[in-house]
Write a new protein. Structure first.
Length: 196
């Protein structure tokens, strides 16, 4: 079951998080450090070399390589079993795609400033390691000009509409934070959606 916060943020506790956490962490390939004026991330596999290409090409290339990543296989099996059926039911969609998928690891003072995800209509963040809930992803509603308060812990998937401004606040902890970000596109509404 999903928890709804402020009519825009949904959370879901992945029931097998404790079973897959170490498997995923041990299977993360060595990525690279990403450092610029808007972000400081100690390790990620976000494919920056494809960023200059067109969005649809980048998503296709990233998903093709994602299927070869061991951590993707582990998490995707769990998503298919636990999360995706609920996602389909909640949004009443007959067809959706997971278009992009990457991990980010944060150490002391790392951050990712306010940003959007383009080329998608639903974003999700899986809190694989979250040393303290105060370091969870923060969301800001530009329509209502307010921060969105919600509860999330390690093992939770947090998701919302892609037009929701969000950031990873500076991590002030000696413990690492690891998230797996996902972009979804909800495509086809179920035929009987209006009958419910």
């Amino acid at each position: 079951m999903f928890n709804l916060y402020d009519n825009c943020i949904l959370t879901y506790s992945l029931p097998n998080h404790k079973d897959i956490k170490e498997k995923i962490l041990n299977s993360l390939s060595k990525g690279y450090e990403l450092e610029d004026k808007s972000q400081s991330i100690s390790n990620t596999d976000y494919q920056k070399d494809l960023l200059d290409s067109k969005q649809d090409t980048w998503e296709k290339d990233n998903m093709e390589t994602a299927h070869n990543r061991e951590y993707f296989k582990i998490l995707y099996d769990s998503l298919q079993k636990h999360f995706h059926p609920l996602l389909s039911d909640h949004f009443q969609v007959a067809e959706y795609t997971l278009t992009n998928f990457w991990y980010q690891q944060y150490k002391m003072n790392n951050r990712h400033d306010w940003h959007y995800h383009g080329g998608t209509n639903l974003i999700a963040v899986y809190n694989l390691e979250l040393p303290d809930a105060k370091f969870k992803t923060q969301f800001y509603d530009m329509f209502r000009k307010k921060d969105i308060e919600y509860i999330a812990n390690e093992g939770d998937i947090v998701f919302t509409y892609a037009a929701m401004l969000h950031r990873s606040p500076p991590l002030i902890s000696n413990e690492r934070k690891t998230v797996i970000s996902m972009n979804y596109n909800l495509i086809q509404v179920k035929n009987d959606m209006r009958l419910k």
